[in-house]
Write a protein of this length. Structure first.
Length: 458
């Protein structure tokens, strides 16, 4: 006779319509009006595919939210999590576990000799929050400089530090002393310059802002290692180096937000490693566990860590260094290495760029493609000469018609990817095969005909 527990485990799921009704009735959905939603009912996930309750397979072309780097359903992670839960599922952050120390040691090896200590958090936003707090404690200064188009998380501090328009809904209550600067957006240079002929006004602009705000008041500059949801904006050559020199000149800390660009996504362990510089802090999440469990991390330089040898570090979280999440992360890092996924991301990224060159030749609606490793974005335009976007920056729902149509067509074709304003992202799991990549490109190819039709070029 089966136990009650076994009956619960083996009980079949309710029909898809019941699952959908429960979710729509009893849960809230982020960044959305709550009426009129029609989310997929996902039954399982395997490799680069999601499978809905009807059995239809969808190619996941943006790795969830650019976090499922090792692909879905890797049982090595499941086994590591179960093994850890059989030993200890939770312990207060004042005690230690084997996996906590092993994970932190491994991160120090990956980040380089300048880094030695990690504060574990629960997500990317909490990593950024703690980076801001630590920067203020370490410098005695209070202002944080971030970029207008960047996004660093949905908590108040992280949202305020970024200029992303999602902050505007709570604009009257932003965290104070967050200063925003223009992005080095070469495709749409805010200074009207051309790559190779400019004088890095994107850097001298920041210098002026520091002077205007008071150099003695700026604690840190917060930068994405490589740009993500802001449109995969490519930093011009030497930008990061000049920014590092600017920070050194003024005694300002440089924070690299690697929440999205870290852990192989760009073809290196971290995005900043493409630029030959070393930041003072690194924030991490997403790929650290490949999304299998929530975990964030803040790595700080040895120099910063030494400040707290005899001074209390007034930072902490109930779930900091959660042993089960640490176990998941440790196994995920092993998978990156065992399967050589970092190099594979760089190689597959080159293949993506080859395929997209063909898309650009066929689709006049593509204005630009920006990519690093497997963090890429198509920017759709009405006209390549004027660069008028297919839909406006921060487009309202009523202005998103053609992009919504493209998203719907992709869903019909069995491809899911992140679409924002006039951006279509190409950021599949690092495990994607050439054949699966070709399949995704073919489906994009078909859906982009709708964009061409919208601008009258098809």
């Amino acid at each position: 006779m089966k136990s009650k527990q076994e009956n619960q485990i083996n009980r079949p799921d309710p029909p898809p319509e019941t699952i959908l009704e429960n979710n729509l009735t009893y849960t809230l959905f982020p960044w959305s009006k709550q009426k009129g939603l029609n989310p997929l009912v996902i039954d399982r996930a395997e490799g680069v595919y999601l499978v809905d309750a009807t059995g239809k397979r969808y190619l996941d072309f943006s790795s969830g939210l650019m976090n499922v780097n090792i692909g879905h359903g890797n049982q090595r992670v499941t086994d590591a999590v179960v093994k850890q839960m059989q030993k200890v599922s939770y312990i207060t952050p004042g005690h230690v576990t084997n996996v906590r120390g092993k994970l932190a040691k491994k991160l120090a090896e990956l980040a380089g000799e300048s880094f030695g200590k990690t504060l574990f958090t629960v997500c990317g936003a909490s990593a950024v929050e703690n980076a801001i707090k630590l920067a203020r404690m370490a410098t005695g200064r209070h202002k944080i400089i971030g970029r207008y188009r960047a996004f660093h998380g949905a908590s108040y501090g992280a949202l305020s530090a970024a200029g992303d328009p999602r902050r505007l809904a709570m604009d009257s209550q932003q965290v104070p002393n967050m200063i925003h600067v223009e992005d080095p957006y070469c495709y749409r240079c805010p200074f009207g310059q051309q790559v190779g002929a400019c004088r890095y006004e994107c850097v001298s602009h920041i210098r002026r802002i520091i002077e205007f705000e008071g150099r003695e008041s700026v604690a840190a500059i917060l930068m994405e290692g490589e740009s993500g949801t802001s449109g995969c904006i490519k930093y011009p050559p030497d930008y990061w180096r000049q920014l590092r020199e600017l920070c050194d000149e003024y005694g300002i800390l440089l924070i690299a937000d690697e929440v999205m660009s870290g852990f192989g996504r760009t073809g290196k362990w971290f995005g900043f490693q493409h630029h030959g510089v070393v930041p003072d802090m690194i924030t991490m999440a997403k790929g650290i566990t490949s999304g299998y469990l929530p975990l964030g991390a803040l790595m700080i330089s040895n120099q910063l860590a030494a400040l707290f040898d005899d001074k209390a570090l007034m930072l902490g979280l109930t779930y900091a260094a959660h042993p089960v999440s640490c176990a998941a992360a440790l196994e995920v890092l092993s998978i990156y290495e065992d399967d050589e996924l970092i190099n594979r991301a760089a190689e597959t990224g080159a293949l993506v760029e080859h395929h997209v060159a063909g898309l650009i030749a066929r689709h006049p609606s593509i204005g630009d493609f920006r990519n690093t490793g497997l963090l890429g974005c198509l920017e759709l335009v009405k006209d390549r000469q004027t660069k008028e976007p297919l839909v406006p920056y921060n487009a309202k729902p009523a202005e998103m018609g053609v992009m919504n149509t493209i998203a719907s067509r992709l869903r019909e074709l069995g491809l899911l990817t992140f679409i924002r304003w006039n951006y279509v992202f190409i950021a599949p799991p690092l495990t994607i095969s050439p054949e699966e990549l070709q399949l995704g490109i073919d489906r994009l190819d078909e859906a982009l005909l709708l964009a061409d039709e919208a601008i009258g070029k098809n």
